[in-house]
Write a protein that binds this ligand. Structure first.
Ligand code: ZN
Length: 239
């Protein structure tokens, strides 16, 4: 990677600080089926506006690695493959949202999963919006089932729109590419169904409060993010 000159670096840092200083104060929840690209959109917006992208999975892993009291509790459930109980999840989310890192907002990803969690979240903070990313199941299946990953370096390809130069071989390191078990159409369908059943009440909760923003996501990630920014501006969440 090319090293930036000190002046260029300062300019970039200043422009980031400017964005941080004047524009951003947004507290968002992202909802969407697995494979819809939610994590990608969250990362793009998080980087652009300098607010943290908080996925409960990441937070759990961090707490576990810190070996905190909460972390030990979480570890017990995660290792057994059990759902972490509401009160523990809420405790962790409360702790993170009260930290200085989240002063100017956050994107919550994977939380809340239940009405109880949504209600508790409302006691902790005031959300600006809940964004629901949607795409037809067939589109998700096409996206995800065409995925090939490199077991050696982690590079990700897609048969349809990002094929490796040589079929089945990693451009970066030359290893033989594989399909993940989770990317099988039947597995995707099952995960979609679980998602739908789990999140329907939460989606209705935000819809009834007039906070739900639906974003059609069967298109390029950059287009989805532009649409999100447009809506957030219209709603005066981005000023
Ligand atoms: Zn590779």
């Amino acid at each position: 990677m090319k090293t930036l000159s000190p002046i260029k670096r300062r300019k970039i840092l200043e422009s980031v600080a400017e964005i941080r200083g004047m524009v951003v104060d947004m507290r968002l929840v992202f909802i969407g089926p697995p494979g819809v690209g939610k994590g990608t959109y969250a990362k793009m917006i998080s980087t652009k506006y300098g607010i943290p992208h908080l996925s409960t999975g990441d937070i759990f892993r961090e707490e576990i690695s810190k070996g905190s009291e909460l972390g030990l509790k979480v570890k017990y459930y995660v290792e057994k493959g059990l759902l972490v109980p509401d009160d523990i999840v809420i405790g962790i989310v409360r702790k993170v949202l009260k930290s200085p890192e989240c002063e100017r907002g956050f994107i919550l990803d994977g939380f809340p999963r239940t009405i109880k969690q949504a209600e508790e979240l409302d006691k902790i903070t005031t959300l600006d919006a809940a964004l629901l990313f949607e795409a037809p199941l067939q589109t998700i299946i096409e996206r995800v089932s065409g995925r090939l990953v490199c077991p050696n370096c982690g590079a990700i390809y897609n048969i349809s729109w990002k094929p490796p130069k040589k079929p089945g071989v990693c451009d970066v390191c030359g290893s033989v590419l594989v399909k993940r078990k989770d990317d099988d159409p039947e597995v995707i369908r099952a995960r979609y169904e679980t998602y739908r059943q789990t999140f329907s009440p939460v989606i209705e909760y935000y819809r009834s409060k007039g906070m739900l923003i639906e974003v059609y996501s069967a298109r390029e990630a950059a287009e989805v993010v532009t649409e999100v920014e447009k809506i957030l501006r219209e709603r005066k969440i981005i000023k």
